[in-house]
Design a protein around this ligand. Structure first.
Ligand code: ATP
Ligand code: MG
Length: 242
């Protein structure tokens, strides 16, 4: 099969998936909200009982509530992620500065990251051409990468944000000094639902790849266990960017 027909087949499959996802979302949202509300009410009732009688038993019940709560939230996250992947909003594209987006996004999470001992360094190319795309979606992709990096550095570390360009492409890089990704799983990390984390949904990088593809670009991964990981997003220059 040619690359083009492969791409077309992929797009068709994603469209069907998108329609199914919209139905799924509708069907799941109501019962989910109902469960969450009823859980809160029940929890309140048990807390009330606990203060009056049978404190020990009630504590056990409350622990079960916490477990159910955690599971529901996890489910909620998985479904939201699936929807993001299968039925993405069609964003409007504008010309924007990747350098500014990187700086603003890092600024936004800098404080939270510094509490974990994570610092930012910048290697932003001056006079970087602007990118034609959805800055919201690229921000989402960048955040997914930054969150992964922070999770790979539980004892702190550094993140380098880099941009650059040549005649045909422009890129952004997120480099961390975390645990790295073993060779054996490198090929899987972009697959939906692949995760090595207890509470991960495994959709972060699948969403990054989907967003980047929608911008006509691709993602490259370099990683060495014990040293860190670098995710590079490469975009093709549109010619209309200056
Ligand atoms: N910067 C990184 N350093 C080390 N491992 C990484 C990094 N980024 C991704 N990974 C590996 O790739 C897997 C998939 O990442 P992805 O973001 O798709 O899902 P997740 O982080 O596990 O869950 P979610 O993003 O849905 O919370 C991770 O579980 C982890 O094993
Ligand atoms: Mg992730």
């Amino acid at each position: 099969m040619s690359d083009e027909s492969k791409e077309n087949e992929f797009r068709d499959r994603m469209t069907t998936l998108g329609e199914m996802a919209a139905v799924l979302a509708h069907e799941i949202k109501n019962p989910m909200n109902s469960i969450i509300i009823n859980m809160e009410v029940l929890k309140g009732a048990v807390q009330d009982m606990a203060s009056k009688t049978q404190a020990a038993n009630s504590e056990k019940v409350l622990r079960y509530f916490e477990i159910i709560n955690d599971e529901i939230r996890r489910l909620d996250k998985v479904i939201k992620g699936f929807l993001d992947l299968a039925a993405p909003p069609q964003p409007t594209k504008v010309l924007f500065s990747l350098n500014q987006l990187l700086q603003k996004t890092a600024e936004f999470i800098k404080e939270e990251f510094s509490k974990k001992g994570i610092s930012f360094d910048y290697r932003l190319q001056e006079d970087l051409p602007r990118l034609l795309g959805s800055s919201d979606q690229i921000r989402q992709a960048l955040l997914n990468l930054l969150i992964n990096s922070s999770q790979a550095m539980p004892d702190g570390g550094s993140i380098i944000l880099e941009t650059g360009y040549n005649e045909k492409t422009l890129y952004l890089k997120v480099q961390d000094s975390g645990g790295g990704i073993p060779e054996s799983i490198k090929a899987k990390v972009f697959s939906p639902y692949f995760t090595t984390k207890e509470k991960g949904s495994g959709l972060g990088l699948a969403i990054v790849r989907r967003i980047v593809r929608e911008h006509g670009g691709y993602v490259e991964l370099q990683s060495e266990v014990g040293k860190g990981s670098t995710f590079q997003i490469v975009f093709l220059r549109s010619g209309a960017e200056k």
